[in-house]
Design a protein around this ligand. Structure first.
Ligand code: PMT
Length: 405
């Protein structure tokens, strides 16, 4: 699995740095090329020579050292890597990653990386439980960075608790799992919609909804992580574009309809997580509507139903709809799936705490064409997105095998 892959290993200054020597050795035995980048503090624990001898490659420690090739080295390393592992990851590097600081070679490479990253935290238990570290880890998770550990146990500083770096074997198993997960949708074209459309009333006002785009952006991240070629058609949000995803920004339901239908023919999978306005004002006034003290009546006209149009025009595509429901959740979800000819539907009861609009978590059920369903507990939107990847990859595999028979 690792043959021909380049793993960039970032080693930071913790006593667990000696365990990373074993990681390099094992990665090499599995056929990977390993580029090691060490922080200055890491070199106090283990000599760069040890890593160089095992990786059989130069070890990078200094931003301003004599370059080892003509390339801009931190960028070349970031681009060459297939996967990035930071082990051990101190509280300091985790904080720098969360903030996007780039004040040494490793943090600069990490800021330039657009590949899957696995982080193995290692620190004193009090530092690990500090709200700042917990918040930084949460930020990284939300951004799609994978975290393994830390483990609980006796610590080098004499205390006991959570903070020990996970064992090299566990870290490698997690890396392998990421690589195999990454391959499940390799080369598949995936279109995701996200956010809430805005329907202008006049130059300064619009009809909108509470969608933050978090669900759709998490889906785009998870599918990119699974090797898919992802396009995200996004209504306005305050989110950063997910790494490795092509983003097309739209405003209204009609804009989204046009962009999605233009791209539909070439897609293998389409996931409609956007909250699309069912109606828009019949007229968008050219000038700002003046306050008059009288009641104001807005005439609304229906918007095109994008999912229904995709269902009608479906050829080879695997079509997934969402349903934001407030009552008769499963019944209404099933109805929607059948009416809009989707292959799968994700329903969420948007009245539940921790579910639906604006939250970091969601509570969903997957409804399938054959009438079965899978209920998920409350999970982060990214975890739900990764579950969606697994389900769709399995269903597509089954479909493709049947087609071949
Ligand atoms: O963005 P977040 O803050 O993270 O919130 C996530 C979410 C609640 C928006 C998301 O989980 C969700 O439920 N998205 C679908 C919202 C919605 O519009 O549901 P609906 O039941 O009204 O529509 C059903 C399906 O038809 C959806 O796939 C929708 O994209 C689609 N639709 C609806 C109307 C329309 N005119 N065109 C459509 O394509």
């Amino acid at each position: 699995m690792l043959k021909g892959k380049t793993i960039l290993l970032g080693v930071t200054g913790g006593i667990a740095a000696y365990k990373s020597v074993e990681i390099v050795s094992r990665l090499r035995k599995e056929g990977a090329q390993v580029d090691v980048v060490m922080t200055k503090a890491a070199t106090e624990f283990v000599s760069p020579l040890t890593f160089r001898s095992l990786s059989l490659r130069p070890v990078y420690t200094d931003m301003f050292a004599e370059p080892k090739s003509w390339n801009v080295e931190h960028i070349a390393l970031a681009e060459r890597a297939d996967y990035v592992l930071v082990a051990p990851a101190t509280a300091n590097i985790i904080a720098k990653m969360a903030l996007g600081l780039a004040d040494d070679f490793l943090s600069t490479v990490l800021l330039a990386v657009r590949k899957p990253i696995l982080v193995a935290p290692a620190m004193n238990q009090a530092m690990y439980h500090h709200p700042a570290t917990q918040q930084n880890l949460k930020t990284l998770r939300e951004r799609g960075v994978h975290i393994i550990g830390p483990a609980r146990g006796f610590q080098a500083c004499g205390s006991e608790g959570e903070g020990r770096m996970s064992e090299p074997a566990e870290i490698l198993a997690k890396l392998m799992a990421l690589i195999s997960a990454k391959q499940v949708l390799q080369g598949q074209k995936v279109l995701v919609t996200a956010g809430g459309t805005r329907e202008p009333i006049d130059p300064v006002r619009y009809i909108g909804n509470f969608s933050s785009g978090k669900m759709g952006y998490a889906i785009a991240s998870a599918f990119a992580e699974a090797g898919a070629d992802v396009t995200l058609v996004s209504a306005p949000t305050a989110l950063q574009p997910p790494v490795g995803v092509k983003v097309i920004n739209v405003l209204t339901a009609e804009d989204m309809y046009r962009e999605v239908l233009k791209l539909y023919k070439d897609q293998d999978i389409v996931i409609k997580a956007a909250a699309v306005a069912d109606y828009r004002p019949q007229i968008c006034k050219e000038q700002k509507i003046k306050k008059s003290g009288e009641n104001l009546v807005l005439e609304l006209v229906p918007n095109p139903d994008i999912l229904a149009a995709l269902g009608e025009q479906k050829e080879h595509q695997f079509l997934v709809g969402f349903a934001a429901e407030t009552e008769n959740i499963l019944h209404n979800g099933l109805e929607k799936m059948r009416k809009k000819k989707a292959n799968m539907l994700v329903v969420n009861d948007v009245t539940k705490p921790g579910a639906g609009f604006g939250t970091d978590t969601n509570i969903v059920s997957f409804l399938f064409e054959d009438g079965t369903r899978k209920d998920l507990p409350r999970m982060s939107k990214l975890e739900i997105a990764r579950e969606l990847v697994k389900e769709i990859a399995a269903l597509k595999k089954e479909k493709d095998t049947k087609k071949k028979e």
